[in-house]
Write a protein of this length. Sequence first.
Length: 338
Amino acid sequence: MASARSLSQFQEAFSDEASCAAFMFKRRWPDGFVCPACGKRRVAALKSRPRLHECLDCGRQTSVTAGTVMHRSRLPLTTWFWAAHLMTTHSNGMSALQLQDQLGVTYKTAWLLTQKLRRSMVNPDREPLEGVVEVDQAEIAFREGDTFSGNAGKILVIGAVEVIERDTNQAKPRRKHAKYLDTRSGRIRLAMIADNSAASIEAFVNANVKRGATLLTDGHKSYPGLTGYRHDPRVVGKMAAHVVLPWIHRAFSLLSRWSLGTYHGLRRKHVDTYLNEFVFRYNRRYYRHVSFETLLALVADKEPASYWDIIKRDNPRKSASQAGSMPLLHIDEPDSAG
Ligand SMILES: [Zn+2]
């Protein structure tokens, strides 16, 4: 299997449609091809159309991109791969505008590519956070339309981060109120929530943190009702939350800076997908050179989304709408140790 740790290795490994299609083929059928029509395994690649493989038993042609995010895309696979590589390996990520320049495609195409790839930045098999987990909420500014003005609104984001002891490399719960010294940040999760109610906070914690974990919080009144967790409120008196919950506050401030620096502010409508990207990048910050392959593997597993799903409007050409079929609020990460 090709591995592309540097730009030149990437360009060499994925120089044409055939090499990209071969990569997708191996990701989709790691244990060998099985014909979706007849279940037999003998297959031949079509030389003229690298995406297609033909079953030698029943003749059915199967595309390596059928059922993936790339489904029905008219873009060459090399463009998809190049976009995934740029988005994951560039130190701050890439806006659609930057991608448009790099790929030589229209802005709309670049924007859809970034949205589709961002939606793939969640591993459906992710494991919940565990051990000792800081949880807190923050308000992040968003922009409306194309301008980012000083009086933009705020969205409420909740985050959780694992607290790992440096010397043992483990998340070791201490007695309540004891200090956690010399720690580092493990994996994070982020989601947009409607409010600070116990229901909103519980839904996030239940979806993202393993039962039995120790929750370090600012003692907000919405936490004590959470069952199945050990709650250790950290804020005593006037002590500032960023002192006692350093890792989640660091993540929030990185999120703020990243969203302003790379995207000039997040757009409310698509906040969840940007949070996906931030979490994906954060959890792989030490493995950026290989995260491109992780993303493509996720792309290979992901159901296709239509343009209308992505812009979150009803398709005017379809009378019956599937409005409200959104989600992907809960984010994460999978296989890194970061
Ligand atoms: Zn067949």
